[in-house]
Design a protein around this ligand. Structure first.
Ligand SMILES: NC(=O)c1ccc[n+]([C@@H]2O[C@H](COP(=O)([O-])OP(=O)(O)OC[C@H]3O[C@@H](n4cnc5c(N)ncnc54)[C@H](OP(=O)(O)O)[C@@H]3O)[C@@H](O)[C@H]2O)c1
Length: 245
């Protein structure tokens, strides 16, 4: 990346992995444009991050195409560029294959797949004009290693699409100096697990523990800044993809 202050666009930045990625980029001196659906959650995230001129907030559902356009427009108006996009917003849930309704499938497609696609389209339009950029998608290691006890076909067909988007855009956009990579998290301690005791999942990883958000942030920042790396899907999973069982 150049020495110029980078502007980093992060979807789903009000909590968990996205919030910590925002913290990591702010610590590097970047400007950040934070998105999530709920403005009150975004406002408290900005407070947790210390507030200030380097943070812009764009509430909105990424499933609506205008949200991506608004995120990019805000980045350009406030900070003059859109250098890094972290496509982190997403939903996930467990439900046996035969129980998924058409509404379930539509919702995953609308948010995870179409949302990610159109936020990326808006950002790439701007990155091409600027002469380059970097995109880091958040997928899941469950695409590389599924589990009988975790029936998640509805979520995973869309997360798999995010992995496919990563490699196909890496090929298509390299000539435009735009790199596209993904982090595939294993079990990372975030609010996505609600009331569940997330540590009970630790045993599935070779490292025999769950991951912490700073560990996904390290990988996101590495991929965002690794100038000769594109098309990589990097598991951050404590070795889950190789399995203990
Ligand atoms: N934690 C894990 O173990 C794990 C493992 C594999 C993959 N992941 C992936 O990592 C990403 C982040 O998850 P997390 O664990 O950090 O969960 P989280 O704490 O629940 O955070 C999800 C974030 O996404 C936002 N969001 C949800 N739907 C949105 C939408 N339609 N438009 C805009 N923002 C939206 C949420 O805020 P609002 O409610 O305000 O919209 C929140 O900021 C997800 O894509 C998830 O699938 C997580």
């Amino acid at each position: 990346m150049s020495n110029k202050t980078q502007t980093v666009l992060i979807t789903g930045a009000s909590s968990g992995i996205g919030l910590d990625v925002a913290k990591g980029f702010l610590e590097r001196g970047s400007n950040v444009v934070l998105n999530s659906r709920h403005s009150e959650k975004l406002a408290s995230a900005a407070k947790v991050l210390g507030g200030g001129e380097k943070i812009a907030l764009v509430p909105g559902d990424i499933g609506n195409k205008e949200t991506g356009e608004k995120i990019v427009r805000t980045a350009v108006e406030r900070f003059g560029s859109a250098d890094v996009l972290v496509n982190n917003a997403g939903i996930f849930g467990l439900k046996p294959f035969l129980e998924n309704s058409e509404d379930d499938i539509d919702n995953y497609i609308r948010i995870n797949l179409k949302g990610t696609y159109f936020v990326t389209q808006a950002a790439v339009r701007q990155m091409k004009q600027q002469g380059g950029g970097s995109i880091v998608n958040i997928g899941t290691v469950l695409i590389m290693h599924s589990m009988a006890g975790l029936p998640a076909s509805a979520a995973l067909i869309t997360k798999g699409g995010i992995h496919a988007l990563t490699t196909s855009l890496a090929s298509e956009l390299a000539a435009d100096n735009i790199r596209v990579n993904a982090v595939a998290p294993g079990v990372i301690r975030t609010p996505i697990y609600g009331d569940m005791d997330v540590d009970t999942f630790g045993g599935v990883a070779l490292m025999n523990r769950v991951g912490e958000v700073h560990e996904t942030t390290e990988a996101v920042i590495h991929l965002a800044t690794a100038g000769f790396t594109t098309g990589v899907i990097l598991p951050v999973d404590g070795g889950y993809v190789h399995g203990r069982a």
